[in-house]
Design a protein around this ligand. Structure first.
Ligand SMILES: Cc1cc2nc3c(=O)[nH]c(=O)nc-3n(C[C@H](O)[C@H](O)[C@H](O)COP(=O)(O)OP(=O)(O)OC[C@H]3O[C@@H](n4cnc5c(N)ncnc54)[C@H](O)[C@@H]3O)c2cc1C
Length: 456
């Protein structure tokens, strides 16, 4: 395909949140969407368990509650399509969400201040005893002393398997090509990135490459940075870390599901402990996300460089030691529910986390990689932006920029800015710089996982 300055060919690697959203938006902007290709390792119709993307799960929480005005505005921009976009009708469940903060926590106060400053706070206070009226939450947190709680009715959860597929279907119906293949390397020749190679030996070329590979981004980019001798401080590993979190899925009986739905139980967040997402009639699944236990797994490249990357095992295979640790977190939050129910499955799902928990949507700073756009850095809170994120990736791709504030937040960070840290996901117990204990924990436990893999 000939180079066309107005409509350069684009290859999007990764059909998760950022990649799908980019394909969706470009498919509306291009006169000829067939100049866009999106590639992912999983078949669109494969079962949920085979799709390791963070963008594919039984559910993801959708809310506008942010202390940061920029993300609160962006989440409001995104919630409108979640409510009204015909492509995703039926996937969003407006249950509201209740947040119980840790003792002396100020997440709720800060969010409500931001809502006020934007012109309207529609949240209300709730007490722990009010929350305990829900069957699942009857002895919420046991004797652990907690802080204040509030309820926002304008939030809920979304079926993150079907919604991601719906957005992608719009893109492919508009003419975008969807390819299934595991990308094994980025192709570099004549001092320029030209495309990718897959494990099946296929090559795909384009004028511009969007790397939207989430937690696997360093796996693809670091070997190329090795070839280009990119200095340590300018590498992708300094921008993002691949981090895993655990979720437990409980299949409930139909009467139980019915009672929970009739009680109008919202999504519940117990700050620094867990998220609880209620079931629907079709999925019959109550999900608990552990906000405390986190995993960083390292892999060694042929160059000898160590990078963070998800382990190459099924996400359902949770090392026993980690699972016990996570069970304890869930037991502390929900003593009654966890003693009367057993998860039907577990998942360890990975995301790319930045030091400030801002996205990373920018062009790679190396002079030979000016046609490489990186779109990642979801940092455990970015699925809700699926309807809008790609609009901004397209702006970076077209070199328009996203406005000063967003360009600064989402740009490639220097050492000073990285050290500033920050942190939007103030409800989680994460402290990214201290990863070594988590790493060794996983390494030890990973052996158990690989043994059970080979014995199955
Ligand atoms: C446990 C957990 C709970 C979360 N809860 C919420 C929530 O409630 N609300 C919310 O808004 N956000 C939530 N998030 C965050 C959100 O899901 C992520 O931030 C977002 O999905 C990241 O998008 P991404 O496009 O960067 O990565 P992904 O969605 O993971 O997509 C990356 C894609 O790249 C593909 N890929 C990678 N490498 C290759 C390769 N070599 N070849 C081919 N394909 C490749 C993968 O298969 C995948 O499809 C949660 C995340 C996790 C892990």
């Amino acid at each position: 395909m000939a180079m066309n300055d107005d409509e350069p060919t684009v290859l999007i690697v990764g059909a998760g949140t950022f990649g799908t959203s980019t394909a969706y938006h470009l498919s509306h902007q291009y006169k000829d969407p067939s100049r866009i290709t999106i590639i992912d390792r999983w078949e669109p119709m494969a079962p949920l368990a085979e799709k390791q993307a963070a963008a594919v799960d039984t559910n993801r929480i959708i809310r506008t509650d942010y202390e940061s005005h920029m993300y609160c505005n962006l989440a409001n921009e995104a919630i409108h399509p979640w409510f009204w976009n015909m492509a995703v009708q039926g996937h969003f469940h407006k249950t509201g969400w209740a947040v119980l903060d840790k003792k002396n926590g100020d997440f709720g106060d800060k969010v409500r201040k931001t809502f006020d400053e934007r012109g309207g706070d529609y949240t209300r206070d709730v007490s722990v005893s009010e929350l305990r009226k829900y069957e699942v939450l009857q002895d919420l947190c046991g004797n652990t002393e907690m802080g204040k709680a509030y309820f926002n009715p304008e939030a809920g959860w979304c079926d993150a398997e079907r919604a991601t597929m719906s957005f992608l279907r719009v893109a492919t119906n508009n003419g975008v090509n969807r390819v299934t293949g595991e990308v094994t390397s980025l192709l570099f020749s004549n001092n320029k990135l030209t495309g990718v190679r897959t494990s099946q030996g296929g090559t795909y070329t384009a004028d511009k490459i969007v790397l939207a590979t989430g937690a696997w981004t360093s796996t693809l980019l670091s070997p190329l940075e090795d070839i280009l001798n990119v200095p340590e401080k300018d590498r992708i590993e300094e921008q993002i870390t691949s981090v895993g979190r655990l979720s437990a899925y409980y299949t409930l009986s139909l009467p139980e599901v019915q009672r929970i739905i009739e009680s109008k139980m919202p999504v519940v967040v117990i700050g620094k402990h867990v998220d609880i997402i209620p079931p629907s009639q079709p999925n019959k699944t109550l999900k608990i996300n552990d906000l405390k236990t986190e995993v960083v797994h390292h892999t060694t490249l042929p160059s000898g460089r160590k990078i963070s990357a998800p382990p190459r095992v099924e996400q359902a295979l949770i090392p026993a030691k980690l699972r016990r640790q996570s069970e304890e977190v869930m037991r502390t939050a929900l003593p009654h529910f966890t003693s009367t129910h057993t998860p039907s499955r577990w998942r360890m799902c990975f995301d790319a986390v930045t030091p400030s928990e801002d996205f990373l949507i920018c062009i790679h700073p190396h002079s030979s990689l000016s046609n490489l756009i990186i779109a990642t850095g979801g940092s455990f809170h970015s699925y809700k932006f699926l309807p809008v994120a790609g609009k901004y990736v397209a702006k970076v791709l077209n070199r328009e920029g996203c406005g000063e504030e967003k360009d600064r937040a989402w740009g490639w960070k220097g050492e000073e800015e990285r050290r500033g840290g920050g942190g939007l996901e103030r409800l989680a117990a994460r402290h990214i710089p201290c990863l070594s204990t988590r790493t060794s924990l996983y390494k030890e436990a990973a052996l158990t996982a690989s043994r059970s893999l080979s014995s199955s």
